[in-house]
Ligand binder design. Structure first.
Ligand SMILES: NC(=O)c1ccc[n+]([C@@H]2O[C@H](COP(=O)([O-])OP(=O)(O)OC[C@H]3O[C@@H](n4cnc5c(N)ncnc54)[C@H](O)[C@@H]3O)[C@@H](O)[C@H]2O)c1
Length: 355
């Protein structure tokens, strides 16, 4: 049977929503699920995905089957559906490195077994579970831990999807090492399915396509999950600000006062994310146009929609003998791919590749 064997580095909220999306597809493979952009990607349905292992450092998750780990206190994404065939995939310990630096250290208790786990242990587990694609869904700013997972995957011969804004696919040397090993490395930083970046850049593309001149823009985002808690620490959020700026630049926001970033943790929002975007532009005869939009989404299912495409793209590219960042086809899935494209061009490149 055709399958995409996936491991998750980080059994947090995005991992939980993605696992539920896969379970929903497995329960009814023929139905076109809401939010699923492509029923098949390179011939793979979402129901062909198998989550075979996960890695974490949280004492409330490590050593448990996947379905039980997702009941840990740090999980706040909505429980829509029980897991199916993947419910007993093991949650294995990983080296913590800088994974719990900042505010996360106060809300997550470190698993004892994570203290003496090594990169080699991670590599070995990836090989033993015959993983095709490792999805890195670690906290933003945990650059040592994220890089450790990339190196472990490289040693095990496993493709990587980097959901975080840390530089992996944009790192020329790392990309070359993956390419030399015949492995795919997709990233960086998920561009959420219908999220702040997609909405913001689509509106900018609309204005630019009509010949308007941008004057200024900003994008504010607040939420209440552990991702936002972590991002509330200035020491952790720098790469997220840089990544959002990359996405705006690719959309044509150059020489303009543009600001976009995570702007605050509001605990009672839990997994709800609220984005406010403002764009000012000059139109015919110097007349002014101003757009203000508010977008409210559930943050983690929004990530799951993109991961559903990314893992199948990673496997398809591997099947076709490709390696490295698969640049144009993957650009729609990330805020900071090695070469950013406007939304419509990126979507066309992806659909062309996967059809
Ligand atoms: N939600 C979205 O739409 C979206 C969009 C773009 C990017 N992202 C990025 O995805 C990443 C994950 O987000 P999330 O909401 O799932 O975060 P989360 O806080 O819910 O999950 C992170 C998980 O990583 C674990 N972890 C920490 N250090 C580790 C280590 N060394 N080894 C293994 N596991 C470790 C934590 O215990 C936690 O379970 C973040 O970097 C976020 O910015 C999310």
């Amino acid at each position: 049977m055709k399958s995409v064997r996936v491991a998750l580095a980080g059994a947090g909220n995005c991992a939980w929503s993605f696992s539920q999306f896969v379970a929903q597809a497995q329960a009814d493979p023929e139905t076109r699920l809401p939010g699923l952009m492509c029923h098949t990607v390179g011939g793979y349905r979402l129901s062909d995905v198998r989550i075979v292992a996960a890695f974490d450092v949280d004492a409330a998750k490590v050593g448990l089957p996947l379905a039980e780990a997702f009941t840990a206190p740090a999980i706040c994404a909505t429980d829509f559906t029980p897991l199916g065939v993947d419910r007993n995939a093991p949650v294995l310990a990983a080296p913590v490195l800088d994974g719990l630096a900042g505010p996360l250290g106060a809300v997550v208790e470190l698993a004892e077994s994570a203290r003496d786990t090594t990169q080699e242990d991670v590599s070995k587990a990836l090989a033993e579970h015959e993983v095709d694609v490792l999805v890195i869904v670690l906290p933003t700013g945990a650059s040592q831990a994220i890089r450790m997972f990339a190196n472990a995957a490289l040693a095990a011969g496993v493709a990587v999807v980097n959901a975080t804004p840390e530089e992996l696919a944009r790192d020329v040397d790392l990309r070359r090492r993956f390419a030399d090993a015949g492995l795919v490395l997709l990233g960086d930083d998920l561009r959420s399915h219908v999220g702040a970046t997609s909405l913001h850049t689509t509106l900018i593309e609309l204005l630019l396509s009509r010949g308007l001149v941008l004057a200024s823009t900003y994008q504010l985002n607040v939420g209440g999950n552990t991702d936002f808690l972590n991002l509330a620490d200035a020491g952790r959020s720098a790469s997220k600000f840089a990544s959002k700026a990359n996405a705006l630049r690719a959309a044509g926001v150059t020489d303009v006062d543009g600001v976009a970033g995570p702007t605050g943790f509001i605990g009672h929002l839990a997994d709800t994310k609220v984005c406010f975007a403002n764009i000012k532009a000059t139109s015919v005869l110097g007349s002014e146009v101003e757009i203000d939009v508010k977008l409210t989404v559930e943050d983690s299912p929004n990530a799951a929609g993109v991961i559903a495409n990314a893992v199948r793209l990673g496997k398809t590219a591997t099947d076709r003998g490709l390696s490295g960042a698969v640049e144009d086809a993957a650009a729609i899935l990330f805020k900071s791919p090695p070469r950013g494209l406007p939304e419509s061009e990126a979507r066309a490149a992806f659909l062309d590749f996967v059809s």
